[in-house]
Design a binder for this molecule. Structure first.
Ligand code: FAD
Ligand code: MG
Length: 311
């Protein structure tokens, strides 16, 4: 998935042999490979690429896993006022091409791509298990959800193989299952957004996911100006440089992945949406007047053991 996946498990070697643990870990990695082959837009034969070759109103039967994940993303699009939207692909492609050509898209190109975006133009038929697009030239990109989903699937495979305590980290999309040891919870760090060698947050979690999205790992440059790979599906433009990063804690990693991307689009307004979920929290880093600032969802410090470094 263009990233590094790390799996750690904690076992009692007297009850659960090391070889069995290695076997469980290998199975979890096999599952991640399987997910990548299905969800990658970088692979011509993936199920997602096949969906992306559909013409307007042409239907395709899809597997249950893909159907359910797309269905879940549509629910999150609704709940985030369209800030998270997998139909953003025409805009992702447009801005990627603009980065390569070192020329921003013109108004016509932007308008045309924007006209092909909108989660309400995807239709899922629950009984026939089919998908179709209501407009020509549409496409989907699960880059903001499938890494988290892969993390959840890896955790599920570990659990099915008798592992009770594990930490899976797919390039920043993490899930903490159980505990690190009898006495300690898993402790995860969020990298400082401007200094790779420093942590900005440390948080202890149990049976929770935490995912971070931001401008510092992936971006492109046009005319010497950095642009985020996260695009506001409602305006067609990459998000501005006011939002630096967003970390979201949620019950599963796919949800945290989507909400972290949405928080980057929504900025401080996103906190209301996070609150509405009832079981999610967020840490947002913004920049203004040359300074970084961190905001956190209400009550997060009461719910979690957090240590914070200066920004
Ligand atoms: P996130 O914030 O979680 O997601 C941002 C990504 O989602 C963007 O890169 C874009 O693709 C999309 N997006 C942008 N704006 C929005 C929005 N408003 N709503 C919804 N989605 C949006 N990278 C490679 O370099 N090579 C590969 O072969 C490769 N294969 C991959 C296979 C899979 C199955 C997946 C899931 C990812 C793969 N990637 C690959 C990485 C991918 O290109 C993205 O860079 C990555 O998923 C972004 O994750 P993130 O956590 O950095 O950002
Ligand atoms: Mg994300």
């Amino acid at each position: 998935m263009g990233t590094i996946v790390q799996i750690r498990v904690s076992i009692n070697p007297e009850k659960y042999g090391e070889n069995r643990a290695r076997d469980a870990i290998n199975k979890a990695f096999e599952e991640i490979d399987r997910i990548e082959n299905i969800y990658s837009v970088y692979k011509y034969d993936s199920e997602i690429s096949r969906i992306n070759r559909l013409r307007k109103n042409e239907r395709l039967q899809i597997t249950d896993g893909v159907f359910n994940l797309i269905d879940k993303t549509l629910d999150y699009s609704e709940k985030t006022d369209g800030a998270f939207d997998i139909t953003v692909k025409p805009l992702v492609d447009l801005w990627a091409a603009a980065g390569k050509a070192n020329r921003p898209p013109d108004d016509y190109e932007l308008k045309r791509a924007l006209g092909r975006v909108g989660y309400k133009n995807i239709a899922l038929d629950k009984s026939a298990r089919t998908i179709y697009f209501k407009k020509e030239g549409m496409g989907i990109d699960l880059g903001g959800a499938a890494k988290g989903y892969a993390t959840d699937r890896a955790i599920r495979i570990l659990e099915e193989n008798g592992i009770d305590n594990a930490l899976v980290n797919s390039g920043g999309d993490m899930y903490c299952l159980g505990k690190r040891s009898a006495r300690e919870l898993w402790r995860v760090g969020v990298q400082h957004p401007r200094d790779r060698n420093r942590l900005f947050l440390e948080i202890r979690l149990k049976d929770k996911a935490i995912d971070t999205s931001g401008d510092y790992e992936r971006y492109f440059v046009i005319d010497g100006k950095r642009h985020s790979h996260i695009i506001d599906p409602r305006t067609g433009y990459p998000i501005g440089d006011n939002v630096v990063s967003a970390s979201v804690i949620a019950p599963d990693s796919a949800a945290a992945d989507m909400l972290a991307t949405a928080m980057c689009v929504l900025g401080e307004k996103g906190f209301d949406i996070i609150k509405g979920f009832g079981d999610a929290d967020a840490v947002l880093v913004t920049s203004g007047a040359g300074r970084l600032k961190a905001d956190m969802s209400e009550g997060i410090r009461e719910r979690y053991d957090i240590s914070q470094e200066r920004l």
